[in-house]
Design a protein around this ligand. Structure first.
Ligand code: FE
Ligand code: FE
Ligand code: ZN
Length: 295
């Protein structure tokens, strides 16, 4: 199982991310190059990056399984303010450059929100933008995330994702990130995950799946809400999540937890443990608090 969580990039860049990953007993991770809500970014430090690569190698963390996540404020779908749309394009290009400097091969992107556009216009804007971002020299694959369908969010169904992907010129630089909470909230039964994968295989193709976000959901199927819950503490449930992420067809795909902190403490060490043991931990919250309180 290739599994990890989102981790911070704040302390020493990639080196801090790797140290945090190892503290969770994980073998991969996802990070934002800065705050997910804004576009303030520091230059990548070569020295700490080299140290991070060393530490990864010592601990069998494969850089090919590491995922970057683009900030939420990038919106390639909304062309109403042309300079804002162009800013999103340029920011994503810069973000890809940062990934290349770090040696990271995948970046997850929320496709975008149509806002005042029709869905069709929004999707066309995304296609146009992505074809401006990706060129023959791009070394990073953009993974479009399956969305919950909150507000005017695009990418909450397979057909929208397929339309975008089919129209990208450099086909080997585009893929998908499946988010179990978002799928649930968009109307997909995680209890019938095999059926969804069959549909995915026959439309987009499973080889396009580059990452899985493993989250339980606070809300019922089809709620279009997007609020993550700790593993086994939401409406999807532990067994359904385990069945989904242990699917043989997704064996080599990195699994990333984006579950909420418990108070101010990260739950990932204990959630990863329970996933690896395939055993629900009903005392997760107490365990996390006890562990970090005495740190
Ligand atoms: Fe996301
Ligand atoms: Fe996600
Ligand atoms: Zn989400």
């Amino acid at each position: 199982m290739i599994i990890g969580s989102h981790v911070s990039f704040k302390n020493d860049g990639l080196l801090g991310s790797v140290k945090e990953t190892l503290s969770y007993g994980a073998n991969t991770f996802m990070f934002y190059t800065g705050a997910p809500q804004n576009t303030v970014r520091k230059a990548i430090d070569k020295n700490t990056t080299l140290k991070a690569w060393e530490l990864m190698e010592e601990n069998d963390v494969d850089i090919n399984n590491v995922i970057c996540h683009a900030p939420y404020i990038i919106n390639l779908a909304n062309k109403a303010k042309l300079d804002a749309w162009q800013f999103s394009i340029n920011f994503l290009k810069a973000e890809i450059k940062r990934c290349e400097e770090l040696g990271v091969k995948y970046i997850v992107l929320h496709p975008g929100s149509a806002v005042s556009h029709t869905k069709e216009e929004g999707i066309n804007n995304i296609i146009e933008a992505l074809n401006e971002v990706i060129d023959e020299n791009t070394n990073v694959t953009i993974l479009l995330e399956t969305m919950a369908g909150k507000g005017t969010e695009l990418g909450s169904n397979i057909d929208e994702l397929k339309t975008i992907i089919d129209n990208i010129i450099y086909q080997n630089k585009i893929g998908v990130c499946l988010d179990t909470c978002h799928l649930n909230d968009s109307g997909i039964e995680i209890s019938s995950f095999d059926k969804y994968l069959e549909l995915f295989e026959s439309t987009i193709g499973l080889k396009k799946v580059g990452c899985i976000h493993v989250n339980d959901s606070l809300n019922p199927i089809g709620s279009h809400k997007d609020r993550h819950a700790n593993i086994g503490f939401g409406t999807i449930g532990f067994d359904n999540l385990i069945n989904a992420i242990y699917n043989e067809k997704l064996k080599d795909v990195p699994k990333i937890l984006e579950t909420p902190y418990i108070e101010e403490y990260p739950p990932y060490k204990f959630e990863i443990e329970s996933i690896i043991e395939k055993k629900f931990n009903p005392t997760l919250k107490e365990d996390v608090q006890n562990y970090y309180k005495n740190f």
